[in-house]
Design a protein around this ligand. Structure first.
Ligand code: BLA
Length: 326
C-alpha cells in the first residue's frame, strides 16, 4: 500500500522529512573488541522537527497564526547530558488557544509531542501526536482526543468521528494496535486512535508522516468549521473537560520519567505545567484529586503510581465502525 499524502497539493514528499538514515554519518560502526568483531547499529534519523514544520505550513494556508507568548520563554533547551536538544514551538489563533510542538533529539532517540487545544468556546477535539523513537522501538499515539465522553450514541461521536473513520481504516493494517496500555488512557482516546509500536523502517516512518498529516488535516478542518458556543454552561463544560485532560497529562503522562532525567525535577515540572499542558494552572482551580479521587493517599497527597487501574486493553476496544466493545 502506498501512503502518499493526498489532501492538499503542496505537501513535501514524505521522503524528505522522514529519512531512516542510510548515509554514513548517521550510521554508527562501533568497535566492541580487539579481535575485529564489531557491531553495526543504524541510528534512526527521523526528523520530527520537519513533521511540525509541515503541519504549521498547512495551518498557515488556512488560518492566521500568531506566535504564542509562551514562545519567548520556551524555544530550545539542552538536556543535562549536554547532548540532547529540545526544540519548542508555540502558536495561537483566534480559535486555537495553543498549538504547540516539542521535538527532542539526540543520537539515539527522537521524541515528538505535538498538540492543539481550542479556546473553551469551541468543543473541537484535542489534537494529539506523541511519538517516541529509540534505536529499538517506536511508541506512537496519534489521535484527535475527544473533549467530551464518547459512545456510539452520543452526538459528539456523530459530530466529529463517524464521518472520518476511513482515516483509521487506511492505517489499521500498517499500524496495528500496540497492546496493553495504561487503563486510564482509553477514555482520553477516540475510535480513530492510532496506538502502535514498531521497529524503525523507511516504510513505517513514511506512513507515519502521512498519517500524521492526514490526522492533522482532519483536525484543522474541524477547527475551521466549528462555530462558537454561545451557551455559557456549554462553554464552562468545554473549559472543564479540557482542564481535566490537561490535569491528567500534566500529572501522569508516560513521558515524565524521561523529561525528569533530561531536565531535572524542577525544570521538567515547569515544562509540563507551563508549556506542554499549559492551561492546567489557568483554566480552573480544580485539582487532580477533584477529578481523580481514587489517587488520593491517606495523607491527602496524590498517589505516585502511574496508574490505579493498571495495564489493560490487549486488543483494540472499538469495532471497525467505532463502537466501543471494551
Ligand atoms: C509509553 N506513551 C507510552 C504509552 C502510551 C503513551 C499509551 C504506553 C505505556 C502506557 O500505557 O502508559 C502515550 N498515553 C499516551 C498519550 C496519552 C496517554 C499520548 O494517555 C494521552 C492521553 N512519550 C511522549 C513523550 C515522551 C514519551 C513526550 O509522548 C518523552 C518525553 C516517552 N512514552 C514514552 C516512553 C514510554 C512511553 C519512554 C515507554 C515507557 C512506559 O511504557 O512507561
Amino acid at each position: 500500500m502506498e501512503f502518499r499524502f493526498s489532501i492538499g497539493s503542496s505537501f513535501k514528499t514524505p521522503n524528505s522529512p522522514v529519512l531512516v538514515s542510510s548515509s554514513p554519518n548517521k550510521t554508527n560502526f562501533k568497535l566492541i573488541s580487539k579481535n575485529q568483531r564489531f557491531s553495526f547499529r543504524i541510528v534512526s534519523a527521523v526528523s520530527y522537527k520537519e513533521f511540525a514544520e509541515s503541519a504549521l505550513e498547512e495551518t498557515r494556508k488556512r488560518v492566521v497564526l500568531e506566535t504564542s507568548p509562551l514562545q519567548e520563554r520556551y524555544s530550545s533547551m539542552t538536556g543535562l547530558d549536554g547532548k540532547t536538544e529540545l526544540q519548542m514551538l508555540a502558536f495561537k489563533s483566534s480559535k486555537i488557544r495553543l498549538l504547540r510542538s516539542m521535538a527532542i533529539e539526540n543520537e539515539t532517540m527522537q521524541v515528538f509531542d505535538f498538540a492543539g487545544f481550542m479556546e473553551p468556546e469551541y468543543d473541537t477535539p484535542i489534537f494529539c501526536a506523541n511519538f517516541f523513537t529509540s534505536a529499538n522501538t517506536n511508541i506512537v499515539v496519534l489521535d484527535l482526543n475527544p473533549l467530551h465522553q464518547l459512545t456510539d450514541k452520543t452526538d459528539y461521536q456523530e459530530k466529529y468521528y463517524n464521518n472520518i473513520m476511513s482515516i483509521y481504516h487506511k492505517y489499521a493494517e500498517i499500524f496495528p494496535w500496540g497492546g496493553k496500555l495504561t487503563g486510564e488512557s482509553i477514555k482520553f482516546f477516540s475510535p480513530l486512535v492510532m496506538w502502535t509500536r514498531f521497529s524503525s523502517s523507511q516504510e513505517k516512518h513514511t506512513a507515519l508522516f502521512s498519517a500524521f498529516l492526514e490526522f492533522y488535516q482532519a483536525w484543522l478542518e474541524m477547527t475551521i468549521q466549528v462555530t462558537e458556543e454561545m451557551e455559557p454552561s456549554q462553554v464552562r463544560a468545554n473549559r472543564e473537560a479540557q482542564h481535566k485532560y490537561l490535569t491528567w497529562r500534566a500529572q501522569k503522562d508516560p513521558g515524565h520519567g524521561l523529561l525528569r532525567k533530561l531536565l531535572g525535577e524542577t525544570k521538567a515540572k515547569e515544562l509540563l505545567r507551563d508549556f506542554l499542558f499549559n492551561g492546567v494552572n489557568e483554566l480552573s482551580t480544580k485539582t487532580f484529586i477533584d477529578y481523580f479521587p481514587e489517587y488520593q493517599t491517606e495523607d491527602g497527597n496524590v498517589n505516585d503510581k502511574r496508574s490505579i487501574i493498571g495495564k489493560s486493553f490487549e486488543t483494540r476496544p472499538w469495532d471497525s465502525t467505532g463502537r466501543f466493545i471494551g
